[in-house]
Ligand binder design. Structure first.
Ligand SMILES: [Zn+2]
Ligand SMILES: [Zn+2]
Length: 381
């Protein structure tokens, strides 16, 4: 058994050797999920919404409207718009049983009407429709109305992304006494063998009214490491697991090579991000606020959500050795402000030692194999 595990580790190391160490690719900041007045319950036009992100430091945005396909070509950006900002075509496929899925980088409207007494079949229809439209499917806010459980997600083929963090105040990321947090849900899925990555979005609806009780922008985003800023390049990087989800913590290093997973925070970028009036801390079920130490905490999380190692300070590494199917990193920053104790997190994607590594899973995995695993090659667009 021990020999077999070492073989797996060597294979993993070989696949990703040098990843992240060569400086290839740039980090792009984006939001995969936001709304406009076209849905009837948000307050701003597609142009105004796009401008909000453009005027901040975002590089890409999906106007993911409920069951409406917004063609980016129809959204007029200011003539002097930054060149490093793009809209990615998308839709929030909003189906039965409060099951919502972002179709990212799709080329046409995805049908949302499929119904079934089995929720996994509804999710499957969203995923299949997204793949048919050339895109990548992200299951949104599973804890909204506590609509989606691990058992609803596990049977779904080609589902590899979900919203671990969503900035809408009604989505219950943190769980409650009877329901797991979305992070606990993630560990259950990973522990039971699913290859699934975490996304963070703000799911904004209100750009004119500002309050904790409404869904304002700027509360969650992803950072994607990509060779270029195009929808297909971002899509490919996400399929390779080469991105992280955050509610405010920013990283300057994220790599896996030679069996060692390394992270380092970008303290300056994090301070700038947390100076925003829009970020909101998150305290999950089971986390005792009184126990949280101020400052940085880097935790290496394995199966069943077990913390395998941790350190304070702004960088850390973990050598992936036998007997652990996956490890992921949770980088927290805890501060005290006029809002009380606030905890912000960057969630990096898991690296695997089991057959999910063969599918390219993990930080900077082997892209070609990931693409074929995730439901066919990229569209030719
Ligand atoms: Zn939704
Ligand atoms: Zn939404």
């Amino acid at each position: 058994m021990q020999v077999g595990l070492w073989c797996v580790i060597l294979v993993v190391s070989g696949q990703v050797a040098g990843c992240g160490a060569t400086g290839g690719g740039h980090w792009y900041k984006g939001n995969t999920h936001t709304h406009t007045e076209l849905c009837g319950h948000a307050d701003s036009s597609p142009e105004a919404v796009a401008r909000w992100y453009l005027e901040r430091d975002y590089n890409f945005l999906v106007l993911s409207e409920h069951n409406i396909y917004i063609d980016p070509a129809d959204v007029k950006l200011p003539a002097d718009a930054r060149e490093d900002f793009i809209l990615v075509a998308g839709e929030e496929i909003s189906g039965n049983e409060v099951i919502h899925t972002t179709g990212f980088n799709i080329d046409s409207l995805v049908d949302w009407t499929h119904n079934s007494e089995h929720k996994h079949e509804i999710i499957q229809s969203h995923v299949d429709g997204t793949i048919e439209a050339g895109g990548l499917a992200i299951l949104n806010h599973p804890n909204f109305h506590y609509a989606v459980t691990a058992d609803d997600m596990l049977p779904v083929d080609h589902l590899h992304f979900f919203e671990l963090h969503n900035g809408h105040p009604a989505v219950r990321n943190e769980g409650d006494a009877d329901h797991p947090s979305t992070e606990e849900l993630w560990d259950e899925l990973l522990t039971r063998g699913m290859l699934i990555y975490a996304v963070s979005s703000d799911d904004a609806h209100e750009f004119k009214t500002w309050s904790d009780d409404v869904s304002n922008p700027g509360r969650g985003w992803i950072m994607v490491r990509s060779e270029e800023l195009t929808p297909d390049a971002l899509d490919a990087a996400m399929r390779a697991g080469d991105f992280y989800a955050t509610s405010g913590v920013m990283l300057r290093r994220l790599s896996f090579g030679g069996g060692v997973y390394r992270v380092a925070v970008d303290e300056g970028a994090t301070q700038r991000a947390l100076a925003s009036p829009h970020v909101r801390g998150r305290i999950d079920r089971g986390v005792d606020v009184g126990e949280l130490a101020l400052g940085w905490l880097i935790e290496w999380v394995g199966p069943h959500g077990e913390v395998l190692a941790s350190s304070t300070g702004a960088s850390g590494e973990f050598r992936l050795e036998g007997g652990v199917a996956y490890v992921r990193c949770r980088v927290s920053f805890v501060r005290r402000s006029e809002r009380g104790v606030e905890r912000f997190v960057a969630w990096t994607q898991p690296v695997f030692t089991d057959d999910r590594a063969g599918a390219g899973g993990g930080v900077c995995g082997e892209r070609g194999r990931v693409l074929s695993d995730l439901g066919g090659p990229l569209s030719g667009r």
